[in-house]
Design a protein around this ligand. Structure first.
Ligand SMILES: Cc1cc2nc3c(=O)[nH]c(=O)nc-3n(C[C@H](O)[C@H](O)[C@H](O)COP(=O)(O)OP(=O)(O)OC[C@H]3O[C@@H](n4cnc5c(N)ncnc54)[C@H](O)[C@@H]3O)c2cc1C
Length: 611
């Protein structure tokens, strides 16, 4: 058993920032991560960090753009905190050695990004996330923060009161990938989940194989609701064959989108008459798929992104990485030909329900970064707003977990007074673990139960679960289930959603859950057993995918990235509210919480969103 004051799960941008903050607040802090810190997915971030740094810009403008971008589903206290704190946190990165790109006069460069009214995206070439990770990891090493890397966190240990609002988190159970050892990590003050996104729930994604929604699923099963999971961002410029991202920085620098007829369709067909290619991501993704659907796509699949006119010097200076990605992953030379691009799953706006201090409804359990929903991004995230979220809310979560008083949060979590009644949605299948037989892994390993009582008991349960998975000689392999799940999500819960399609996805997810009862681990080794780890991850993906599809089914309106064929309008009268889904002992329930539009000095009145 290991013991620390604060345990941070995950070593991406959010986890590193949380750990540094907890350490600075005086807590004995440790990071537990399935990857070495600098291999975390934050390293893939290309385009930059939004922060109002320049004369002519201010945090109010940033907050306004973010609320508008969110399609008025962001909570104003969180959005304003992000916009207010991002400049100081970005300057702090600079002081830690972040090699931001610069103008000739020495000022840090900023470029335009989609949905921004001011060019406020600060960047380090097209490798912003890579530098961010290295700079922060250096700070972690400098402070002597203990890092347990290549330790896979399997579950949380929480107390087992019937009401999740009364539960406490005691620590985590983790598996040492190198030795196969399973151990408890006791957290005397708090556990901060910073486990990143769930992109692997989809087949075509810009996310790494490590983005499996582990934190989402663990918090959900422990009793913390997941919020706004239906809001998935599909980035308009991913490479068709691999999903590898071509940064929005290309359009920010002046890159142009063309259809197969050579038309600049964003303007020609009126998708975004003012901002064209730099409209918000949801707008551009829908426009591209409409072009393809109406027969103007290239090879009936994608459109072209052209940056040749920017010239070799500028491309090499600001977008060199993009040239390598296009060449290596698509065999295209961006200096002499346009790059093929299409929408790919990119980001989860929703996540673990937390307040401005990163706290969930479970005492001592925090979440920050992409796995959390505070909610800053609402229905649609603006490019360049995830990285400031990591550093602003990662820091807050770390400080609060270490015992610092950050004031009363304005955002509610869990099952508060302002929660509407549960909805009785018309579901095609029984979601969750309930109804699944008791012989298999899902039910028998505690998939139904939530709080496990104590850390010792939690450790014991994971050891038994691994023994069960390894002792089995035959059954279904996780990879089969995973690819069925991913295909269903990409086919039916993509940019354009229909009620029938989402119901079909839910039925397939149900089949995946049932097949998972017969899952087995083929690799008998106890060391570096990726088969075992991925079997765990696949189970998490099933739980997370189900919440995405459930949210997509009940939200019968068109807001931000969530489009529904049956109701193609934003329905503020009925839907200015967050969707929350709680595991409820394996029988998920859905409830709602009103969005907070009242900021410090003003109310963000919902307006028509045009670009
Ligand atoms: C290709 C790409 C480019 C992007 N570019 C930008 C950009 O330019 N600007 C911007 O604002 N946003 C960008 N984003 C979004 C942004 O990069 C991510 O949302 C953000 O980096 C996520 O950071 P994180 O710290 O939450 O998670 P991650 O960086 O994904 O880190 C997750 C950590 O959790 C650990 N972990 C996960 N599960 C477990 C487990 N079970 N046990 C132990 N450890 C675990 C992992 O090892 C990892 O260390 C981009 C996203 C992508 C995919």
């Amino acid at each position: 058993m290991y013991e620390h004051d604060v345990i941070v799960v995950g070593a991406g941008g959010a986890g590193l920032r949380a750990a540094i903050a907890a350490n600075e607040a005086g807590a004995d802090t440790a990071i537990v991560s399935k990857l070495h810190p600098v291999r975390s997915h934050t390293g893939a971030a290309e385009g930059g960090i939004n922060a109002a740094l320049r004369e002519g810009d201010d945090w109010e403008l940033h907050a306004y753009d973010t609320m508008k971008g969110s399609d008025y589903l962001g909570d104003a206290p969180a959005v304003e905190t992000l916009a207010q704190d991002a400049p100081e946190e970005t300057i702090n990165l600079e002081h830690w050695g972040m090699p931001f790109s610069r103008e000739d006069d020495g000022r840090v460069s900023q470029r335009p990004f989609g949905g921004l009214s001011f060019p406020r995206t600060t960047y380090a070439g097209a490798e912003t996330g890579h530098h961010l990770l290295h700079v922060m990891y250096e700070q972690v090493v400098k402070r002597g923060i203990q890092v347990y890397d290549e330790w896979y966190v399997m579950n949380l240990a929480t107390s087992d009161e019937p009401d999740p609002n009364d539960r406490e988190c005691h620590g985590v159970v983790a598996y040492d990938v190198q030795s196969g050892q399973i151990e408890g990590f006791k957290a005397n003050q708090g556990v901060v989940l910073a486990t990143g996104g769930p992109g692997q729930a989809f087949d075509h994604t810009t996310n790494a194989v490590s983005c499996t929604g582990d934190g989402h699923a663990m918090a959900y099963r422990a009793g913390a609701p997941l919020e706004d999971m239906e809001f998935i961002q599909f980035h308009p410029t991913s490479l068709p064959s691999t999903g590898v991202l071509i940064s929005e920085g290309v359009r920010g620098e002046g890159g142009i989108l063309y259809n197969a007829e050579g038309e600049r369709f964003m303007f020609e067909y009126g998708y975004a008459k003012n901002d064209g290619e730099l409209a918000s991501r949801d707008v551009v993704a829908r426009a591209e798929l409409t072009e393809v659907g109406e027969g103007r796509g290239v090879n009936d699949e994608y459109v072209h992104l052209d940056m040749r006119h920017l010239g070799e010097e500028r491309i090499l200076d600001r977008l060199e990485n993009i040239l390598h990605l296009a060449e290596d992953f698509e065999g295209v030379d961006g200096l002499v030909e346009p790059m093929p691009v299409k929408p790919g799953q990119h980001y989860a706006m929703g996540g673990i329900d937390v307040d401005e201090n990163g706290q969930t409804c479970i005492d001592g359990l925090y979440a920050a970064g992409e796995c959390a929903c505070v909610s800053v991004h609402g229905g649609n995230r603006l490019g360049g707003n995830a990285l400031p979220e990591l550093i602003v809310f990662g820091k807050r979560a770390g400080r609060h977990a270490a015992g610092e008083d950050l004031g009363e949060p304005e955002i509610e979590t869990g099952y508060g007074d302002d929660v509407e009644d549960e909805t009785d949605a018309d579901l095609p299948v029984q979601p969750g673990a309930a109804g699944v037989g008791s012989s298999g892994d899902v039910a028998a390993d505690g998939g139904v139960a939530t709080g496990v009582g104590s850390l010792e008991r939690a450790v014991e349960r994971e050891r038994e679960r691994v023994d069960r998975l390894m002792d089995k000689d035959s059954g279904v392999q996780h990879a089969e289930i995973r690819s069925k799940l991913q295909n269903a999500m990409t086919d039916y819960v993509n940019v354009f959603r229909t009620e029938d399609g989402v119901k079909k996805a839910l039925s397939i997810i149900r089949e995946c859950r049932e097949e998972y009862q017969d899952v087995y681990v083929d690799d008998p080794s106890r060391t570096f057993n990726t088969d075992l780890q991925q079997t765990y991850e696949t189970r998490n993906l099933i739980d997370v995918a189900e919440t995405i599809a459930l949210g997509a089914l009940v939200r019968n309106e068109f807001r931000g990235a969530h489009w529904r064929q049956e109701n193609q309008i934003r329905d503020d009268e009925n839907w200015l509210k967050h969707t929350l889904i709680s595991w409820d002992g394996g029988d998920p329930s859905i409830f709602y919480r009103p969005v907070i539009l009242e900021g410090e000095d003003k109310t963000y009145e919902p307006k028509e969103r045009s670009y």
